[in-house]
Write a protein that binds this ligand. Structure first.
Ligand SMILES: NC(=O)c1ccc[n+]([C@@H]2O[C@H](COP(=O)([O-])OP(=O)(O)OC[C@H]3O[C@@H](n4cnc5c(N)ncnc54)[C@H](O)[C@@H]3O)[C@@H](O)[C@H]2O)c1
Length: 357
């Protein structure tokens, strides 16, 4: 199959490209990137050496996509993935929308022209903040979990949020560009007759992720701990009990292969959560305990200051994806953390490489 990956030199794009090539199914890989993410340039030579046909192109410029070769499927892994993007006073809200939504439209026009299928890597940040922020949680073993003595909102269970959880605003500017992209992708697919899949991913983590405090938290925390850089438990009383689940993007491959091979499914089955789920969930405090075992002790400062979009507990329930495809993550959180740690050992300057200019 001919596959085009946007943002191919990013963490997810490059991991997917290498894994698709390693699957031995004879895929032809094409990809483009505008290298806006600090560090993405470092993936270029390896991808080229593996035989990926690379293009320098910016999703925002429709004309950049005009000369790309025709493919069978597009995997969209180009975005500004931070929940604080466009609202932190440092980055432009207009530019976020141009990248994440305008860019999607340009890709959908490409898919329409070439009758290519489209896979969007969406996010848990499409889910409403208010019911998540109001969710009653208790700390168990240094990690928040939904309180069992309170009624849970619709779409929440101990297994996580399912696809029926509310998606009404506010959901973050990042999340809203993704939610709007989901709607447009489904509409284009129905109207112009090409397959579309929307995979709502929780936190993705693994070696080579460009870590910052607001994005790529597992990679950031491990690299910063190893280098004894200042770390803070922000918000929620400063205990580090906030919880996320995590998935290695390599674990997406069996699912993507099945989706690309079986494009004819019901419209209602085109959106599914894809995550490590409750079994992979971990709090920052628990991550620190893992880091202390791996690298030795380090002081984390408690700071109760809340940031916009801070949520105590986000775990995605991917039962629907498991039932539909069937699909299960295979890599355990500790294996993902160890992979990141080994990468950090081999790349001591990683946080500087991936720091904003
Ligand atoms: N990392 C996660 O935890 C996570 C979770 C859910 C969804 N996702 C989604 O997965 C995708 C990839 O995330 P990532 O973690 O690899 O991010 P990343 O920043 O490592 O990679 C994104 C890549 O896209 C490129 N890019 C950005 N804007 C572009 C543009 N206008 N034109 C061309 N290239 C552009 C960047 O240079 C970078 O190489 C994003 O769509 C993100 O929203 C990521």
């Amino acid at each position: 199959m001919r596959i085009l990956i946007s943002g191919i030199c990013g963490f997810v794009g490059s991991t997917l490209a290498k894994s698709l090539l390693a699957s031995g199914r004879g895929h032809q890989l094409y990809g483009f990137d505008n290298f806006i993410r600090p560090g993405s340039e470092s993936n270029r030579a390896e991808l080229k050496a593996l035989g990926v046909k690379l293009f320098h192109a910016d999703l925002r410029a429709a004309s950049d996509l005009e000369t790309l070769p025709a493919v069978d499927f597009v995997i969209d892994a180009a975005a500004n993935p931070s929940v604080l993007a466009g609202v932190d006073g440092k980055t432009s809200s207009r530019q976020l929308v141009e990248h994440n939504l305008g860019g999607t439209i340009n890709l959908l026009e490409y898919c329409k022209t070439h009758k290519a299928g489209f896979i969007l890597l969406s996010t848990s940040r499409v889910y409403s903040i208010a019911p998540l922020a109001n969710l009653k949680v208790v700390a168990v073993n240094d990690a928040f979990a939904p309180a069992t003595d309170a009624a849970l909102p619709h779409g929440v269970s101990a297994a996580g949020l399912d696809e029926s959880f509310a998606t009404t605003a506010p959901i973050s500017l990042y999340g809203s560009t993704k939610l709007a992209s989901e709607a447009l992708a489904l509409e284009y697919g129905e109207t112009f007759g090409f397959p579309v899949f929307v995979n709502r991913c929780g936190v993705l983590a693994g070696a080579g992720q460009f870590g910052r405090a607001d994005q790529g938290i597992f990679a950031y925390w491990i690299n910063a701990w190893r280098q004894k850089r200042p770390l803070k438990y922000l918000g929620f009383g400063g205990h580090g009990h906030q919880v996320r689940d995590c998935l290695h993007p390599r674990d997406l491959i069996p699912l993507l292969e099945k989706q690309m091979a079986a494009p004819k499914i019901a419209a209602t089955d085109r959106i599914a959560n894809v995550s490590g789920g409750a079994a992979s969930a971990m709090s920052l405090k628990q991550l620190s305990e893992w880091c202390a075992q791996r690298f030795g002790p380090h002081q984390v400062v408690s700071d109760g200051t809340m940031r916009p979009f801070d949520i105590a507990w986000i775990v995605l329930d991917s039962t629907k994806a498991s039932r539909l495809w069937p699909w299960q993550p295979t890599l355990k959180t500790t294996a993902i953390l160890e992979e990141i740690a080994q990468h950090a050992d081999q790349h001591p300057g990683w946080l500087d490489l991936s720091a904003p200019l």
